[in-house]
Design a protein around this ligand. Structure first.
Ligand code: BV8
Length: 288
């Protein structure tokens, strides 16, 4: 495999890393790409003939909970069948070595957790595919890895035929329709439907978590901000790297398959770094 192209010297980055006491990472779907989970801007942008983002909304769920649950049932199944990659492990290792390291992830695939990332140094900005909430009351099941999530969603958890795409992805193969009564309802209020514990577009991120992140960023100068495998399109996640920058002192380090994408479209400052390539190849080298 050709060595990744970089726009900055790895040794210059290493000397900056050596002295760094406070490091913030903002991670996106590109971090899990090498584990086999498609990104939203790549193949993962479309699910059947639906834009993934259009399914990641409360409106879509209220309109057709069966379709949205089939989408999430498939993503739960995929996330369970893949493994964390070397980048997840490199970030977990950095957290153990540098107590002043905080990792913010937009990913809901739980791969950081499965890489044993210390929980106190990880914030799941957009929740998790594997936590379950109620649409009506405060019921929350923090961890549920049932696959399928319920019998009606079994088609989403079938193994794809060898060397063929999963039939559920084929827009020409009709999806089994799943009426709401076949979906799990809340064990607490007995009325609301259970839903994935993710933050949908138009929903607010957890207030306490946002407060904790602000406190962490404002507590002391941040030496390094690692922006890993994200297109920087989704807010407020996209705002944390600039919020953490102290002009002239904080280095923003972008690791992306296409550097123009990952937040470098604005001219990088001289103290910044850019490394173009697969996070799963680059991060273990950068953080060694
Ligand atoms: C909210 C969970 C406020 C669900 C997701 C300004 C301020 C506040 C809000 C907004 C705002 N402007 C617009 C908004 C609204 C909206 C938003 O940001 N819209 C976008 C589309 C413009 N934001 C919200 O709705 C947020 N809520 O702010 O509430 C509010 C206030 C009042 C009242 C109500 C609300 C909630 C956003 C959370 C949405 N949920 N996920 C699910 O997953 O199903 S977002 C979802 O998409 C992911 O979690 C992720 O965050 C995002 C995809 O982004 P990336 O992770 O960056 O992935 P992407 O595919 O785009 O890019 C991959 C990158 O990796 C690429 O750059 C590629 O080059 C690179 N790459 C690929 N392979 C590799 C690689 N790099 C390295 N190595 C590789 N191998």
């Amino acid at each position: 495999m050709a060595p990744p192209k970089t726009y900055s010297s790895i040794s210059a980055f290493h000397s900056k890393l050596l002295g760094a006491k406070r490091i913030l990472a903002v991670c996106g779907a590109g971090l899990s790409a090498s584990s086999g989970l498609p990104t939203f801007r790549g193949k993962g942008g479309m699910w059947r003939n639906h834009e993934a983002m259009s399914l990641a909304t409360l409106d879509a769920f209220e309109r057709d909970p069966g379709l949205v649950w089939m989408f999430y049932g498939y993503r739960r199944h995929m996330a369970l069948t893949v493994k964390p990659n070397a980048a997840h492990y490199a970030l977990a290792e950095l957290a153990r070595k540098v107590p002043g390291f905080m990792c913010l992830t937009q990913n809901v695939d739980n791969l950081h957790i499965r890489a044993s990332h210390p929980p106190s140094q990880l914030k799941l900005l957009h929740g998790s595919l594997f936590s379950i909430k109620c649409t009506r009351c405060s019921f929350l099941q923090p961890s549920n890895a049932d696959d399928p999530f319920c019998p009606a969603l079994a088609p989403a958890s079938l193994p794809p035929p060898p060397n063929q795409p999963h039939p559920i992805l084929d827009p020409n193969t009709p999806l089994p329709s799943v009426p709401a009564q076949d979906l799990p309802h809340c064990p607490k209020c007995q009325i609301g439907l259970q839903r994935p514990g993710v933050v949908w577009f138009g929903e607010q991120l957890d207030h306490q978590m946002l407060e904790d992140i602000d406190k962490w960023i404002e507590a002391e100068k941040v030496d390094l901000v690692l922006v890993i495998g994200t297109s920087g399109v989704v807010w407020p996640a996209a705002g944390f790297s600039e919020q953490a920058r102290t002009k002239g002192e904080t280095s923003v380090v972008v690791v992306n398959m296409e550097l123009e994408e990952g937040g470098r479209n604005n001219r990088p400052e001289k103290e910044d770094f850019g490394f173009e390539g697969d996070a799963a190849v680059l991060l273990p080298r950068l953080l060694e």
